[in-house]
Design a binder for this molecule. Structure first.
Ligand code: GLA
Length: 354
């Protein structure tokens, strides 16, 4: 927690406080905007927001992690940066008919930024939960996730799916959240027995993520259209993809096979099989979906080499960020030390995040 609390910045005590976690996705990557299945879990790192009513009729926001303050008038748009997410949340509530009085906003976050662990979803969900508490709004956690997703699309320019915001709003750190992103049906499922999660940052921030992400999404939509289905989720048999031109065939093959991996994993498989599905997912993201980079391949390989690792893969959108591994309970610390040492031999600097 930062030294400079709400009271230090604004001179009075906050009225409400709310928080939301980042997430790491175990399986089901680039499936959510294809109406498919995902399997994320919440990470211990969280974003906290405190609010108080501003007496001068303006919005003020302070981010302790960045030690940055931003101000804007009602009806104005703040400068790009963390405040645009906050502003996006406020504007969307107003568009939904709610009144949001000028506020003093305090933000503190331990969710790493640029690591593919959804720091922006945590920021949006925490903000919306704080606004709900402040103004006694009757919106549930699913509606919060939906509003947060719209904030990301309309105010941050990434045409993302709904996985991150649903995970931040509804997941806990003890379970995986199995989510059908078309129906939003979901259930909490246990990790495979005798296993734990390890997350290592590649040291390479996500690059080109927004443009490449939107490009992949457009390729998937084109593939679905050529196949005459509403979304790639509606294809279960990879044989049906044969008629597609490249690279659409490979892109679609990733999505179809990834959905099958999630469904198999939640059917109740051993940790060994779950890990194999994660390894297969990495290969598919690397070769068919082409969202990996050298650093992530090295890190995933190095994790996979460890005897006590069940499986490992890049997690999140790709083009930088982190790898997630499923390892035997109690081994994450030692595995992480060895892997980081080998990774450094390749000239990279990683760090353990979970
Ligand atoms: C980002 C997006 C999510 C999802 C993942 C890839 O995190 O915000 O909606 O598409 O990438 O699985």
């Amino acid at each position: 927690m930062s030294e400079r609390r709400f009271r230090d910045i604004y001179g009075y005590a906050p009225a409400v406080s709310a928080s939301a976690p980042g997430r790491v996705n175990l399986l089901g990557e680039h499936t959510d905007y294809n109406d498919g299945y995902v399997l994320p879990t919440a990470i211990p790192q969280r974003t906290t927001i405190e609010l108080g009513l501003n007496a001068d009729g303006i919005y003020r926001a302070y981010a302790s992690t960045l030690n940055q303050t931003t101000k804007w008038q009602p009806g104005e748009t703040p400068e790009r940066g963390f405040a645009s997410y906050l502003h996006g949340c406020i504007r969307l509530l107003e568009a939904g008919g709610h009144t949001v009085a000028p506020l003093d906003i305090w933000v503190d976050s331990s969710v790493p930024m640029g690591a593919g662990l959804s720091s922006s979803a945590a920021l949006e969900v925490a903000m919306l939960k704080a606004l709900r508490a402040m103004f006694d709004l009757s919106i549930d956690n699913v509606e919060i996730a939906q509003l947060a997703q719209r904030a990301e699309i309309e105010y941050a320019g990434v045409r993302c799916g709904i996985m991150d915001q649903m995970a931040s709003s509804l997941a806990d750190t003890e379970h995986m959240l199995f989510l059908d992103t078309r129906t939003l049906e979901r259930k909490l499922v246990d990790l495979p027995e005798h296993s734990e999660i390890l997350v290592i940052y590649s040291g390479v921030p996500r690059q080109l993520a927004a443009s490449k992400y939107n490009e992949r999404r457009a390729e998937c939509e084109q593939a679905a259209q050529l196949l005459g289905v509403p979304a790639l989720r509606d294809i279960a048999d990879v044989q049906r993809l044969e008629s597609l031109p490249e690279p659409l065939r490979r892109r679609a093959r990733h999505v179809v096979s990834e959905n099958a991996r999630v469904l198999e994993a939640v059917g109740g498989v051993s940790a060994e099989r779950f890990g194999q599905l994660m390894n297969d997912s990495h290969a598919s993201l690397r070769d068919d979906y082409e969202v990996s980079i050298d650093a992530l391949d090295r890190l995933a390989e190095s994790l996979q080499q460890e005897a006590a690792t069940f499986g490992a893969r890049l997690t999140g959108a790709g083009f930088g960020g982190a790898c997630v591994a499923l390892v035997e309970s109690g081994t994450a610390g030692e595995i992480s030390e060895r892997v980081l040492r080998r990774y450094a031999d390749h000239g990279y600097r990683g760090s353990r995040l979970v």
